[in-house]
Design a binder for this molecule. Structure first.
Ligand SMILES: Nc1ncnc2c1ncn2[C@@H]1O[C@H](COP(=O)(O)OP(=O)(O)OP(=O)(O)O)[C@@H](O)[C@H]1O
Length: 711
């Protein structure tokens, strides 16, 4: 278990106006200080006090010039590391509207280097996942938006969302152990960075499309992007599950300041109410003797329950705008952060046994217990084995015999019919082997004896009686083996005989394995193993065989062939070694090439994909902005000449549509990976490409308007 207070960081948004009202002091040891000096003319605006100096302590404060990369390295990377280890993590951005929460969490929409914490963390997580060879990871993504206390699933790809209400609504459910479950929130599997980024893009696009002029979703809703990670060591039944919430909260502006009315006021109340409940939870958690924490008051606090005072490593980023007019909001953001810093979380490793593996193990146990019981109680089947069962058994026996591992077992269950059948298969195999062995090794001895006896060349030292006895014995052994084999194989099916012949005959195709580390296939290995324990040639027989060999008419040819074989084998070995060396060199070279280019390729690929997503998003936004402009334009036009006005608007619409379509075409025809956005101004315009009215003045207006749009 890791006990840790919520980490708080400050980030100051860049401003063009000189902002001499604050100073940052980043001390390595004791943390950082952010100090505001309120000018005299503003001090009156601060309720209840006229202090001039406000000093706040943070883990670190990132001043205006700090880039996204540094934010990721300092804030998100350590949290991502804990996620990979199996701890839950949360990073949330809190601050007034426009202070840079979305920029910090998701990133800017224009430049690749402006990628925020989410895309950078995804990149990092997938890179680390691909490096951990012994671990198996699965990742899922969810993306929740909370607007006016209602949750929406932003990753719903089935709906063509044009309004927020079109997205599936997410419900909060609580189980008896007070664990929160989110019904209707889809968990999308994402096997790699590209898939995860596509999901982020889908969610952001859904969020943008569902936005209305009345509902600037990014400002008035809370968004929680969650990476669900499951990690298992290969072969182990223990799982580690962790979650990383990346939270972009709604603007924390105070209602009194925003001066809203109607729908916006309702929204602001909801937002402020949920942030107010968030603050209440934080206050309750920072008080030592509080037993009840009001998590249930709002959807946001229910969802973030674990992140606040629970099993999670949590980090808050206070985003600050430091212009004079934003001072009071920035100071209130810092005060909020100070309270958050008092909360202590207890993060534990989320280990559990994989239920599917446990079920599979229990099923196996039940099955084997049933089998044992059947053996003990004698509940045996007595009907004949079917053809399929016999075939299956033959395959099992063949696989068992071919397996070089001596520890391998033949599992047949409690069925005595199967056990007996396998025993008889094994006996046939043994006899076949014996027959082969006797006939291949003994035939030269028998021939030698016959030859010696026939030609009366029995050496004086060897009594002829012994040779005759030897001959008889060997003959009998061979006959016995053949008879037994014939008897047993006659009672087997032809399929069984084939299977057994296959399993016992040595492999004839020497070429395939001559260069491999282990010469000889499974059948050859089997024969070798068997010959170790099989009958050996006696010394006399061996000597007799050698004498016989020397005098044999084929002796010289055999010797010549032996030499030739040796030469060929040496040559083959040498060529094999050369081949292996070449193969090794090629593999080293390709590994080197892979290592040097893959890193760069990966970076390029991510950048290209990100740029494509940015372009897509820009396109959607352009179309949306056009719709907005179009409706404003239509309502503001004076209806003096109704027909002409309508026609003019129609022409404008067509021209803009044409341009939008051209941009779309440009994006489509841009050659991957050389993506660059062709400027609008390069779009060639001619009066012939735009439908005109014939009225000189009106046509000049239309052309000027279209040109204006293209520059
Ligand atoms: N550190 C930064 N560097 C450059 N531009 C920034 C930075 N922070 C914010 N911005 C820019 O300021 C503008 C407002 O930022 P952003 O949308 O992130 O604010 P926000 O706090 O999320 O606002 P809201 O509450 O409305 O969602 C954006 O155009 C963004 O690109």
């Amino acid at each position: 278990m890791v006990k840790q207070a919520i980490q708080i960081f400050g980030r100051v948004k860049p401003t063009k106006k000189p902002a001499s009202v604050y100073s940052v002091d980043n001390e390595e040891q004791i943390g950082a200080f952010l100090e505001f000096v309120v000018p005299r003319d503003l001090a009156d605006g601060f309720v209840n006090n006229k202090r001039e100096c406000y000093k706040f302590r943070f883990q670190k404060v990132f001043d205006q010039a700090v880039k996204q990369e540094e934010i990721f390295e300092n804030i998100a990377r350590p949290v991502a590391d804990s996620i990979l280890d199996g701890y839950n993590g949360t990073i949330f951005a809190y601050g007034q509207t426009g202070s840079g929460k979305t920029f910090t969490i998701t990133g800017g929409a224009e430049r690749y280097s402006d990628r925020g914490i989410i895309p950078r963390t995804l990149s990092y997580l997938y890179e680390r996942i691909s490096q951990g060879s012994s671990m198996v990871y699965t990742t899922h993504i969810s993306y929740l938006e909370i607007y006016n206390e209602i949750g929406y699933d932003l990753l719903d790809s089935c709906h063509e969302a044009s309004r927020l209400e079109d997205l599936p609504k997410v419900m909060i459910m609580e189980d008896p152990d007070q664990n929160i479950h989110l019904k209707n929130l889809s968990l999308q599997h994402s096997a790699n960075e590209e898939e995860a980024l596509n999901l982020l893009f889908l969610g952001d696009t859904n969020r943008m499309i569902a936005e209305t002029p009345m509902n600037q979703a990014s400002t008035r809703s809370h968004c929680i992007f969650t990476v669900h990670l499951c990690r298992r060591e290969q072969g182990s039944a223990t799982l580690r599950r962790s979650k990383l919430h990346l939270v972009d909260l709604a603007g924390s502006d105070r209602v009194s300041k925003t001066g809203l009315n109607g729908q916006l006021l309702t929204e602001a109340k909801y937002i402020n109410l949920s942030l107010h409940y968030l603050e209440q939870v934080i206050i309750a958690l920072s008080e030592k003797n509080r037993t009840h924490i009001p998590y249930r008051n709002s959807m946001l606090t229910s969802v973030l329950r674990d992140s606040l005072g629970g099993n999670c490593m949590t980090t808050m980023i206070a985003t600050l705008a430091v212009e004079k007019r934003n001072l009071d909001e920035s100071i209130s953001t810092c005060r909020f952060a100070q309270r958050v810093a008092l909360i202590k979380n207890e993060a534990i490793l989320n280990e559990e046994l994989d239920p599917t593996l446990v079920i599979a193990r229990l099923k196996r146990e039940v099955q084997s217990l049933k089998e044992e019981l059947a053996m003990v109680t004698g509940e045996q089947k007595d009907d004949k084995l079917t053809v399929e069962e016999i075939q299956k058994l033959e395959e099992l026996v063949k696989a068992f015999l071919d397996e070089p591992n001596p520890d391998v077992t033949l599992s047949l269950g409690p069925d005595m019919r199967k056990i007996q059948h396998c025993f008889s298969l094994l006996k046939v195999t043994y006899l076949q082997y014996q027959f082969l062995h006797v006939s291949t090794l003994m035939s030269p001895c028998i021939s030698l004896c016959v030859y010696l006896l026939k030609t009366s060349r029995v050496p004086n030292s060897v009594p002829a009686g012994i040779l005759i006895k030897m001959l008889k014995n060997e003959k009998k052994r061979a006959q016995d083996a053949a008879a037994q084999l014939a008897y047993i194989t006659n009672s087997q099916s032809p399929a069984s005989q084939n299977a057994l012949m296959l399993s016992t005959l040595p492999a004839r195709d020497g070429n395939t394995e001559i260069f491999s580390a282990d010469p000889g296939g499974p059948a050859i290995r089997y024969m070798k193993r068997a010959s170790v324990s099989g009958p050996q040639l006696s010394i006399e027989k061996q000597e007799a065989f050698e004498t016989f060999m020397r005098d044999h008419e084929d002796h010289l040819t055999i010797e010549d062939n032996k030499k030739l074989l040796k030469q060929r084998a040496t040559e083959a070995r040498r060529l094999g070694e050369q081949l292996n060396e070449a193969r090794e060199r090629i593999s080293k070279l390709s590994q080197h090439l892979y290592k040097t280019t893959i890193g760069r390729l990966k970076v390029l690929r991510t950048e290209i994909e990100h740029l494509q997503l940015l372009l897509e998003r820009a396109k959607v936004k352009l179309q949306k902005d056009f719709q907005k402009w179009w409706s404003q334009e239509a309502s503001s036009v004076q209806v003096t000449d109704h027909t002409l006005t309508t026609y003019l608007l129609y022409i404008k619409y067509l021209s803009v549509l044409q341009i939008v379509l051209r941009i779309e075409l440009d994006i489509i025809i841009l050659d991957y990976p050389y993506v660059h956005f062709r400027a609008l101004s390069t779009t060639k315009l001619s009066s012939s490409s735009i439908p005109l009215t014939g009225d000189q003045q009106a046509d000049a207006d239309i052309l000027a308007f279209v040109r204006c749009l293209c520059t």
